[in-house]
Structure formats: structure tokens, C-alpha cells
Design a protein around this ligand. Sequence first.
Ligand code: GCB
Length: 600
Amino acid sequence: MNRNEKTKQWVLALLFIFFIVGIVSAQNAMTNIQSRRLTSLNGEWRVLIDPVGSGQWQQVWLEKQPQKKTDFYEYSFQGAPVLKVPGDFNSQLCELTYYEGIVWYKKEFNYTVQMGRRLFLHFGAINYWADVYLNGEKIGSHEGGFTPFQLEITGKVKAGPNAIIVKVNNMRHKTGLPGLGYDWLNYGGITREVDLIETGSTYIEDYSIQLKKGSLNTVLGWVQLNGNQPVQNINIRIPELNICYKAGADKDGLANVEFSSTFKLWSPDTPKRYEVIIESETDTVVDHIGFRCIEVKGSKIVLNGKQVFLKAVNIHEENPFKGARAYSGNDAKLLLNAAKELGCNLVRLAHYPHNERMVKEAETMGLMVWSEIPVYQHIEFADTSVARKMEIMLKGMVRRDRNRCAIVIWSLSNETYPGTPGRDKALVELTKKCKAIDSARLITHVINTQRYEHNTFHVWDTLHRHADIISINEYIGWYIPWQGLPSATKWELVCPEKPVFIAEFGGEALSGNQQKPTDEAAFWTEAYQAKIYTSQIEMFHTVPNLCGVCPWLLFDYRSPGRMHPVYQKGYNRKGLLSDKGEKKKAWYIMKAYYKGDAQK
Ligand code: GCB
């Protein structure tokens, strides 16, 4: 290798390191922030809309002010429009409806940190890239639209007003997660809460308190401290059960936890949670934790020792009535109440980790949760940065919700293609990593590449071998016509011993549309959609080891690629409910199936 080539390699290596550092420069967020000392920075933030990226060279984070009479700057937050945080920007200003680009956000705050205390700036989620500045200095960046991150700002806050400026960019990218193409509105902005969190010099960063895999009475977990006093006594108290478990954190701040008790187990019928108090010598965190055991035994899914059939529904993180990204407790109740009314016991939160309230509310209401990372369709698996991003997003998702017993399934990919270079290697590695950080939940990959010929499904993708459940998306009756009697469908499975979950099926209908003819797809009638559902239900009886089904989806939702001017108007109309909450015929069919016909 000549000198020039060597130099080139070094430059490339350095660029790669800078890139990776760019992705991870924000810190892992502490778990359970609701139990911390919080100061909310939600509310109105000033914004500059920057479609051509000129804020970067103008260095808007410096907020330069004219000094001389001849000075001027072509930006200013003074007099700038305001947007609500949390909230996507697309639904707040008409001119941003389909915007994908840069918006600069600014918020001022006053805060006094006592000596010896620490201060963190915590973002619930920003879609998609974020560069964060405090008082003119860049303090970190983050990539990924659906997981929380924090930045430590101890020692950086001054007396009087402090200014946070965030460059938010929701532009799609080939090596992003998701990548370039996806079937939902790319809501950008500071979409979840922003908080200042004050802690002592050593705080409880994270903990895992869940039943050991396969056990109904033994908790196996750990507590992780962060700070200059790692060696501490730890107590885990569950007052209702008279439990006071004592452990010791080691020089790395890690304490192992193992204790047994007789728990009233969490399930959809009895969503019991206990107050759990995690105490170190310098910090206390309170959580409400449920205990349950989820397993695959043979070809069955077993919850707390009993077989369970997953009566599920797909949900996007959108408030249908507002046409906006969902984030609040009320948004969560609206979506989850509808799932309950349908008769569900599980919600598939597609296609990215939804906000924390959604998961907590589901847990309170007695809904199992399927949580997933945005590894969706066309992903550049061969790009080394992508594997790293998948891992970061997986860890972010698990870290935030590992104590949420409602979550029974981690889904690591949706509709990826076996021919894509690097796919198998990347996803098999990811599966191993997921098992290593959480062995007590089920893992799946959703696949739609099965062949459907001569009324037979050939489910052949070998990625299924790495999953606990075979999850299949199929749109027979909509994208692909039936090839015979649904009740005579045949199956050939790559792993015939595993449970099979139909993770998506359905078709579109415009609510209220009773137009004729009702037997042609191109008229978007409720009758046509209803027929798909009755046929699918007939077909379900033919699926070997069927462990559950999950219609696509609960409500019609915004998807700019759906541009039929009469029937779609920018909406994916596969909802059982319209975006106004009207029940389509298919809703009643699915509800009746869940009430009676579905396996118990
Ligand atoms: C799928 C995708 C889902 C789409 C749906 C559809 O297979 O997983 O995100 O929106 O099909 O409506 O076509």
C-alpha cells in the first residue's frame, strides 16, 4: 500500500469514528424519569424553519446580535413563530404539513443547581436527527426518532436565562432507520417531552426487576448506579408483599438482585402491579411493576403457565382525530380504549417504539404490548453504520421499557428481504444481542416474503429460525387475490414446530362507502373490506400452530403516498375505524371473531 492509500485509509477510519461518535454522543437516558426530580421544558418553543440548511453556516446557535449600526443577521428567534413541545411540527403549521427538513428550536430557562448535585437535559424523542446547543456551545447530538436520550449539563448552567437550541432534522436518509421509504407520515420535531432532571452525585441509572425466564416466583435482576460513589447498599422494597431485599453495588455501581415471593401475576385479566421502591444510599426511585412469565412451549405461547391466543391489533402512534403524532395520556387512552373495545389482549405498536405513556397505559389497562424498532422494508444492511444504529435503537428501546411487564415481544424487523446484502448477518447478530440484554421476552422478525402459489403458503425465509414466533404479513384478498377457497389453504413452514402469528392482514375501505359494485377492489367499499376479513377468518383455521392474529390496523392514518383523490386523500384506509372513529363493517367481523371464534 503506498503512502497516499494509507493516508486515505486513515482519513476514512477517522471519518467513520467521528460519524459513530456523532450518533452516540448523547448519553443513555436514565430509566423511569417520571420518578425523578423533574423540571419540565415542555410548552412553547420558538422555531426557525430552515429548508435549505442556511442556519448551519450562519451558526444560529450563537444568536449573534448586531453590534454596529451597519450590522444585521438573517435570522432571529425574536419574533419567530412558536411550536408546542411535545408535538410534531407537521400538524402545527400548514406550511409544514409534508415538510421533511431542518427546524431550529429554542427555549430559555432559569435553573440553579446546588453544589454536589447533577443536572441532565432529557429528551423523550426527537425525530430524526438532533444537534443540541446550550448557551452557544454544542453539547451533543442524537440520531433516531423514537428513543430517549440525555445530556449532562452539570456545570454548564449559568445564573439568569439559559438558552437551549436544537437543530431538528427529519430528512429521510438511505442509511437511516427507517430508510427512504415508509408508509406513514414522517412527523418531525421534538415529538416527546423535554425535562431537566436533577440528581445527587451518584444516582440510580437503571434497574431490571422482572421474573426470571420460566419462573412464576423468582425475580432476577440488577441495579446500576452512576456516579463517584459506586459502592453502596441497595434496598428493593415491595411494601405490599413485605419484601425488603438487600444488595450491595460493586465498584462499577452494579448490584445483582435475586429474590422470591408469591406474586399475584400480571395478565390482561388481572393487570396487577406492585409499588416497588429502589433505594441506594444517595437516591430513591419508585416504580409500579408487574410480574408475569411469557414463554413459548412447543408450538404454543404461554402466559403465566397458561396458553394464550394473541388477539391483537396494529396501531400507529397517531391521534387520528388530530392527524398528529400521539404523545399524551389522552392520546394513549383514545387508541387503547378502541383496542380494548375490539376485544384485544395485545397491541402491536408499529413500526417503532411508541411513547412511554402508551406502554404504561397499556400495562394499566391489561393489554400486552409488542414493541418494535424501525427496521422497516428497504434497509441498507450492508452499510456498517446501519448495524450499529440498529443496536443503539434496540438498546434504547429495551432500556426504557425493560421493567414493563406488558411488553411480551420485541420485534426486530418488519418486511426485510432475504436477498438484501448483509441482511441475514445483521439481523441474526441483532437477535443475539437482544437475547443477551433481555432473555425473558419473546423475539420476532416480521416477514412477508412467503410464496403463495396453488392456494399454498410456502413460508421459507430462514430468518424465522432465529425468532421465537413466526410472524407473517399477508394481504391475500387485497394486494394478492385468493387462489382457492380460503378454508382450503395449505401451509409449508420452514420451522413447523414454532407458533405462527399473522402480524398483518386487511384491505382498504373508505368509511361509509357503500357504492356499487361491492366486489371490485377499486371502489374502496366497506363490503369489499368486510369480505377480506370473513375470508381471512376462514383461512385462519388452516394455519398450523396459529397463536394469534393482528389486523392492519385500528384507525385510518396519514400516509402521503396514498394519493387516490377520491378514496384515500393522503390516508391509508385499512383502518377498522376511520380517522373520525367511525366503525367500518370489518370492525364488527373482527370483534365477533375475538369474542367467539378465536381460540381461547
Ligand atoms: C405492510 C406494512 C405496513 C403497511 C401495510 C399496507 O406490509 O408493514 O406498514 O402500511 O403493509 O398498508 O400496505
